[in-house]
Design a protein around this ligand. Structure first.
Ligand code: ADP
Ligand code: AMP
Length: 226
């Protein structure tokens, strides 16, 4: 990617796609709320493509020659939000690549996980890339998230799944990301699900709420063979 001031995504004055061309559902919740876990289930049942902002940033961090690698690495360790120009450009690039790879038959459905984590990102993405359909928000207490993250940290190898980073991420989530959820909620654009139950129970609730919003799973047609 070019230098940060040359990144094009956030400088456009109108969205790249309309909401009728491309469906985006943002997935938010505190660190460890279970966003990735639930997205995996939605991918197989609904035909979504799952893009995780955190995964894309970790990939860019590890890409040889990336001029953003060091900045991303220290921001992730400290739990700080990476500048929106970089995050949005990575998302736009990934969306374009997915659309090109899937071809015309695919309905262009995206779950964008861990984004937008700050109001400026929310506004810039909807203004320059595509307006979202709604935000799926996983509500979970810090005590439960902390326990899950410490357990995940035993095997994840992530630099931020340790108690010190986790506490910082919680603070950033409350101070910086919750205002995004609150703004969308005031526009009736949030689907809120309690994330403290088992993954299966949480998913049943997600499916029921998606149905209420007119989002249905892929129906598999069984063709009778002779
Ligand atoms: P996020 O993407 O929100 O950071 P993950 O989906 O990675 O969260 O989940 C964090 C950890 O908690 C993972 O180790 C995952 O297996 C576990 N987990 C996810 N959902 C649940 C749940 N409903 N109950 C118990 N553990 C869960
Ligand atoms: P996650 O994988 O979602 O837990 O995110 C890990 C870290 O990546 C965060 O603590 C941030 O440092 C960074 N990050 C993830 N998503 C974003 C985003 N939307 N904007 C900026 N930074 C992000």
């Amino acid at each position: 990617m070019p230098a940060i001031e040359k990144l094009g995504a956030t400088t456009r004055t109108s969205p790249l796609w309309s909401a009728s061309e491309v469906t985006v559902i943002f997935v938010l919740g505190g660190p460890g709320a279970g966003k990735g876990t639930q997205c995996q289930k939605l991918v197989s049942d609904y035909g979504f493509k799952h893009l995780s902002a955190g995964d894309l940033l970790r990939e860019e961090q590890d890409r040889p020659g990336s001029e953003f690698g060091e900045m991303i690495k220290s921001n992730i360790k400290e739990g700080i939000i990476v500048p929106m120009e970089v995050t949005i450009q990575l998302l736009e690039n990934a969306m374009k690549a997915q659309i090109e790879a899937e071809g015309e038959a695919w309905k262009k459905l995206f779950l964008i996980d861990g984004f937008p984590r700050k109001l400026d990102q929310a506004h810039a993405f909807e203004r320059t890339v595509v307006p979202s359909k709604f935000t799926l928000f996983f509500d979970c207490s810090e005590a439960v998230m902390e326990k899950r993250l410490l357990q995940r940290g035993e095997t994840s190898g992530r630099s931020d799944d340790n108690l010190e980073s986790i506490k910082k991420r919680f603070r950033v989530f409350v101070e910086t990301s919750m205002p995004v959820v609150n703004e969308f909620e005031s526009q009736n654009r949030v689907v809120k699900v309690s994330a403290e139950r088992s993954p299966e129970e949480v998913y049943r609730d997600v499916q029921a709420k998606f149905r209420e919003r007119g989002v249905e799973p892929i129906t598999i047609k069984f063709v009778k063979t002779a």
